[in-house]
Design a protein around this ligand. Structure first.
Ligand SMILES: Cc1cn([C@H]2C[C@H](O)[C@@H](COP(=O)(O)OP(=O)(O)O)O2)c(=O)[nH]c1=O
Length: 214
């Protein structure tokens, strides 16, 4: 059975780059890795609805924290079989965002912390009712919200057709989200966490230490 490794962090933290570096380091160490990013844009009707709500509105759907969180959760529920099959086939299944994203962003939108009703609801919905597999470890790629915002800005400017979405444009939301992430990691919410400093480059040696997972 493979290990389920999740990368979490703010928009613009550099999760994609970290995922690529980790995948390479695992391959170099002889491990097989499958990767999956949530939301599964272009691959799930729920993810496509999320994209439209974040970029184009859709009445007041985007304003509904619980409604949006339900769409993210349904996108993951539809992927349960895919994740379980990948865990049987590979040493590592690496996920770019997972259940904790829903907790952190939703709680931040509602001005709640990690002990609030919303985070409890996400866990009950996604883990208890939808039966999503619990991660082996969650990696918090931690950067200052201002740094993440700058990177998201640059990405929006350079990637054609990729305007900042509603969440990325809200600096205060990102700052609150960073605080909820810190709490989730400090309290080992759902599973153990490792906190990585996204402000420093991760060299191979450091990555190998990260690879020493439970
Ligand atoms: C996966 C997930 C993402 N989100 C938020 C975080 C991001 O701000 C936003 C989009 O996800 P993101 O992975 O950042 O997509 P993109 O690379 O296209 O920007 O959705 C949730 O609120 N809940 C979730 O479960």
């Amino acid at each position: 059975m493979g290990r389920l490794v999740v990368i979490e962090g703010l928009d613009g933290a550099g999760k994609r780059t970290l995922a690529e570096a980790l995948t390479k380091a695992w391959h170099d160490a002889g491990a097989s890795v499958a990767t999956l990013a949530f939301p599964r844009y272009g691959r799930s009707v729920h993810a496509d609805l999320i994209h439209e709500a974040l970029h184009r509105g859709h009445g007041d759907l985007g304003d509904s924290v619980y409604g949006m969180a339900m769409l993210y959760a349904l996108d993951r529920r539809d992927a349960v079989e895919e994740i379980e099959a990948a865990l049987k086939l590979h040493d590592v299944v690496l996920l770019d965002r997972y259940v904790a994203s829903n907790s952190a962003y939703g709680a931040a939108r509602l001005h709640q912390d990690a002990h609030g009703e919303f985070v409890r609801w996400v866990r009950e919905l996604e883990i208890d009712r939808f039966g999503l597999p619990v991660p082996t470890v969650q990696l918090l790629f931690r950067v200052a919200p201002e740094v993440a915002a700058e990177r998201a800005e640059r990405r929006a400017a350079t990637e054609e057709g990729r305007a900042k979405d509603a969440f990325e444009s809200d600096d205060e939301l990102q700052a609150r989200c960073a605080r909820v992430y810190d709490q989730l990691a400090a309290e080992a919410w759902l599973s153990p966490w490792r906190v990585l400093d996204g402000g420093t480059t991760h060299d191979a040696a450091e990555l190998v230490r990260v690879l020493d997972l439970p």
